[in-house]
Design a binder for this molecule. Sequence first.
Ligand code: ADP
Length: 720
Amino acid sequence: MSRIASVLLPMPLPEAFDYAEPEGMGLSVGDQVAAPLGPRLLRGVVVELREAAGGNRKLKAVDRRLDEPPLPPNTLQFVQWAARYAVDAPGQSLAIALRGARAPKAKPVRVVRLTGVQPARATPARTKVLEAAAGQTLSAADLARAAGVSSGVVKGLVDEGVLEVLEVAAEAACDAPDLSLPGSELNPSQAAAAGLLNEMVDEPGFNVALLDGVTGSGKTEVYLEAAAHALARDPDAQVLILLPEIALTQAVIARVTTRFGAQPGEWHSGVAPPARRRVWEAVAAGRCRIVVGARSALFLPFTRLQLIIVDEEHDGSFKQEEGFIYHARDLAVVRGKIEQASVILASATPSLETLRNAETGRYRWLRLSARHGTAQLPEIQLVDLRATPPESQRWLSPPLIAAMHETLAKGEQTLLFLNRRGYAPLVLCKACGERMTAPDTDSWLVEHRYSGRLVCHLTGFSMPKPERCPHCGAADSLVSIGPGVERVEEEARQLFPEARVAVFSSDTVFDAREAKRLVESMAEGEIDILVATQAAAKGHNFPKLTLVGVVDADLGLRGGDLRAAERTFQLLAQATGRAGRRDRPGKALLQTYAPEHAVMQALQAQDRDAFVAAEMEERELAKLPPFGRLAAVIASGPDAAQLEAFMREMAQAAPNAEGVEVYGPADAPLSLVRGRRRKRFLVRADRGVDLSAYMSAWRARVKPPAAIRVAIDVDPYSFL
Ligand code: ADP
């Protein structure tokens, strides 16, 4: 009897399509196939095979099985689970899982090697080439460089048959870890935590632990030991380390490489497509045993994933906000469950969700309360900007400037932290009051002096800064309001002309390599004052950094959304946690207009537990996460009246359910983006409610007009 193959295609379709399996193709679930859709052949994955009930419909046939690694069953299950959770098409999550498989293959590399034929004529340059080539295969260019000769010399030797050209496969994606290398000698509390993690790894089945340790306590050292243990106890085990930022992956890759004498697989958007393809294939073949990556690494085709580590688990960057919307920390726990693996969530400032799971015993809770060795946590002072304001059009207050002078005099480093890119967040016309915004979008244009442009951080729109106000035409009337990192850098250079000042933000540091270089030069002490956004505030260890100045501690509190206080506390605790490593005591100064605010008080007292307790109480009263669940619907369309009508229809279609409240529709705070109006619903549900099922049922009851887009965000982090 013939069989029917359900094939999922990596595109936004509601379900898998049925195809006939041609005689003798012998498909298995997980196989990558080419299947026809309309006039095209598309890559898809077999998600189900069943016997055909006999001649009821005429199905198109699968064209062929691709000569590519299949998706392992657990990966496939994860892809489908993630789509159901996110209330999105399974083809969307499949597209993420196939990203590496669809990337172009690396071309083979051409190398040269000695044939044994002697050159007809020996010259000093030729002798150098023969010496450099002995026992090696190098590219012709590398060989010329190694021998210190021109490429013509090498080419001449190839033409004579002294060297031959071979094509070899591009280098392997990841090397085998050397498990005989010793780890750092752990201090007693680290050793205790590592011991408990190893026990967890040894236990069969799924388990989660929160590794909760102050900045500099050695969480990385501890989880690397757990990784070593997982790799050593099972020769096929794979370990995934997830990081929230590309800049951080570089630091962790360096530490993994030192610890295991081998490069791990690297996975994030900055990795070139052919290299991604190699990592994907090596993971699918079980050859790649350690992957360090950003959130989408969670969708790699692991064959035997035994341990997932989510470092800086509280970080909002784990939330993917566009396209397929998901939170990588939450999905890491799901993947762990599907794989029956262990999961370690590490942070100095865990999310309230994770802390709640630790408090109720769902997660094991390991605490490291002191820094490693003699290092002390920094002293934290609040600078009341009402009492000691900066000069007009300046952003650094006299107490902070004085502390910077002292730090510089001691030959130590300062980090000025401001979570705002560019030069100034707002440009306005002092003649007519016009605020510069992007066309068709109601968000301000940010001035960037490095590029000389005004940039919309939301849509990417940019334009040169005009000479005249586009509204009233006045000349030289545009003024920059407020500071971004570039403006603080300018102020630091003026105040400290003798100091070496650098700036670190995603506009000035473009890629992972550049980030690594800047982090290294900071670590080497080649920079005196680093002005940085959160790109540099996390995770790094700078031995000579003893002063952290937070330029605008109130910034994150102004948004006022659910997590504003939590996020501000986490970010500032991380930023101030950069100060004072090893034997140098550190200090952090927080510039604020609200020193009495609970967040500032908790930061100063370094009393995270008190802050968490107060915040938990508020959330519990309001039945908000982690005591309830949220989801958002964001609809957008070009026509205000049409959108309005659709939202009314949607409001009416909302299913009635116990323990669920629907708020809205309301204008989104960003009510116009790229010419599209935006409106939102917010849904709150009790913890026991299957909110994904609710949202999915609601979504199915309405059919939006073609011009209207509807996105569902389960557990929203952005409320814009
Ligand atoms: P965390 O991840 O908790 O911020 P790290 O693991 O980065 O802490 O450790 C902070 C610094 O202390 C790093 O430079 C690390 O190499 C060092 N360190 C921590 N524990 C040890 C140890 N047991 N032996 C040697 N150095 C350590």
